[in-house]
Design a binder for this molecule. Structure first.
Ligand code: R5P
Length: 283
């Protein structure tokens, strides 16, 4: 029987693109709200005996996206789907892989345990901030990476004088993966997070003087990390022309204006999250 793609509200254009690429229909479903704001999910498609591909990015509000996924999976399972595969290109909460100040929850672990309870046969994710979120999950999963794709795209912006920059210590392995593909050196900015939207960058390791920076990260949320990194790079004598690449472009809380003020030349990203209306730089 023909498989079917089901979409939550997390990123319908991506679900449509995937369905088109696979030559599959998008299953008719209601994903809305009841008058009291409870989630209302209803399948209008007969999924009995069929493979169901759920496409749901955890775009803000992530809590809602998570519940939609759980409800869609449950609805598909109870309607007799043969297999339920969830593609979650952006999995939120992966950054909460440590207890803040030793007093907060281990959010990534909580999320992993919730996913464990979902009626999923397979989970497909893309460039997780931390694989802690999926560590020990007892469902088959695939952790895909957009780095090869983004690195190919960066080929256009790359020059012999370019340098790949990790905006923090946690991103060094990622930066090295880009650098290897583009045959460029790596530099690292040392950052400290002050709040959800503010970070401070203390020092740059690596030879950046006069070089053209390509700053690579897994995600851009408020743009605070990228801003601090670029300011530190410029203070260290890096050239102004800057390219930024990140798998997930959340771009919340004035991030677009923030990046625009920095005069970024190009932002290379994926469609793991719904596109922002118009971005004021080449994408
Ligand atoms: C943190 O370690 C991540 O890799 C990103 O650098 C960070 O989450 C981006 O967030 P923001 O854009 O708000 O600084």
């Amino acid at each position: 029987m023909e498989p079917v793609v089901l979409s939550g509200s997390g990123n319908p254009p991506l679900a449509a693109a995937i369905a088109k690429e696979l030559g599959l229909p998008i299953g008719a479903a209601t994903v809305g709200r009841f008058p009291d704001d409870e989630l209302h999910v209803e399948l209008h498609e007969d999924v009995g005996g069929r493979d169901v591909y759920l496409v749901q990015s955890f775009s803000p509000p992530a809590d809602r996206a998570l519940l939609e996924l759980l409800f869609l999976a449950d609805a598909a399972r109870r309607s007799g789907a043969k297999r339920v595969v969830a593609a979650v290109p952006y999995l939120a909460y992966a950054r909460q892989d440590k207890r803040t100040k030793g007093t907060g929850p281990l959010g990534a672990r909580v999320l992993a345990e919730i996913l464990q309870t979902a009626s999923l046969d397979r989970l497909v994710v893309l460039d997780l901030h931390s694989s802690e979120v999926i560590a020990g999950l007892r469902i088959p999963l695939e952790h895909l990476s957009a780095i090869p794709l983004l690195a190919d795209e960066l080929g256009e912006s790359s020059r012999p004088a370019s340098v790949i920059v990790s905006p923090d210590g946690g991103g060094v392995v990622r930066a090295e993966a880009y650098a290897k593909r583009l045959q460029l050196p790596v530099a690292v900015v040392h950052k400290t997070r002050i709040s959800g939207s503010e970070v401070s960058a203390q020092a740059v390791t690596g030879d950046v003087r006069g070089r053209l920076p390509i700053v690579v990260d897994d995600m851009i949320s408020t743009g605070g990390t990228i801003e601090a990194a670029i300011r530190a790079l410029r203070a260290a004598g890096c050239a102004e022309r800057t390219t930024v690449a990140a798998t997930h472009a959340l771009l919340v809380g004035g991030a677009i204006e923030r990046l625009q003020r920095l005069g970024i030349e190009r932002l290379v990203t994926t469609d793991s999250l719904p596109a922002q209306a118009t971005l004021p730089f080449a994408v």
